[in-house]
Design a protein around this ligand. Sequence first.
Ligand code: SAH
Length: 388
Amino acid sequence: MSATARITPRGEDRIRAGHPWIYRSDVREVTDASPGAVVRVTGARDKVLGHALFSDQSQIVLRMLTRSDVEIDRAFWRARLEAAIAFRQSLGLDATAYRLVHGEADLLPSLIVDRYGDVLVLQALSQGMDRLTSTLVPLLVELTGARGVLARNDPKVRQLEGLEQKVELLHGEVPPTVAVHEGPIAYEVDVWHGQKTGLFLDQRENREAALRYARGRVLDGFSYHGGFAMRLAPVATTVVALDSSADAVARIAHNAAMNGIANIEAREANVFDELRHLERENARFDTIVLDPPAFARNKAAVPKAIAGYKEINLRALRLLEPGGCLVTCSCSYNVDEAMFGQVLYEASVDSHRPVTVVEKRMQGRDHPVLLGVPETYYLKCFILRVVG
Ligand code: SAH
């Protein structure tokens, strides 16, 4: 008898609507399934609805892999990975670092694979993907020719699956830093310890977009390794790059020097405090980038997050010259585009600065959004112009 999960009519509706997650309350019965197993999913009258990854810990008990009754074997995984890789190749990205697999959006739920040159960095964020890692890694190596594969299985969400948080080498070798480029900018990436898998790959296209409007005195708040600062430096007179992490600030200085960029001043600072300080000093900027960490990691944190977004955007608008540009982001999934737009509107009203929306953007194309699965749309990026 094979592993089976029987779900409720409401669960069936969710699957029909295209959402791959089935919560505990919609699962009637699970038989013969060990943690992380691939299970057959059945509905009313034992009709087979497809196959899914099973978790015995998470509230998300099932993650649908397919709505067909097919064999989930090596050939299945190979085809899914091939499709994900072929899509990235088709994008013609001018970068050697990009996302190869974006979980649900590649029909590989809870699997992240980022490419940094000839190194792959993987995150298996469910029991199912954790268990499948030994099947997927040889396939990934075969399909990409990677010389090393690192598991950055340190995200907190693994706790929800009862999985250990750990970083481990899965294949070949992964050096302490990997050299990559994004457009004209070179990076040395510490994939072992850097935030996320090393870089914020999801902002690549927003950095390019910002370049179309940036000029003059630029302020890059929440700079991390200087992604926006370095891309905008050639069109700026000066760039002030802020980050609260001393490590990040050291890295910005190092990256700027490596790229022969001389007009970036990297400072260790809390953006909230620094914006207040700059306002007191009557400082003015022509371009400001705000790319904070996710302020709302869960629903309960939304009101506080909104207040935080409002504060930094309001202060940034006050610091901008008329005609100035604000590139402002939110990567909180729990604050959706409409809510973020409302925050920006309120910041505009309270700062008495009329603002136009020049572009409304999201995460890069290598991090696609699966329609009907709002969880895959997390990064919002508005490019605003202060008109008066
Ligand atoms: N803009 C970057 C990514 C930013 S990630 C890029 O394009 O690559 C968010 C950064 O904000 C992290 O580096 C984190 O150290 C920093 N940070 C978090 N809270 C902060 C605060 N209050 N003030 C300044 N930096 C902060």
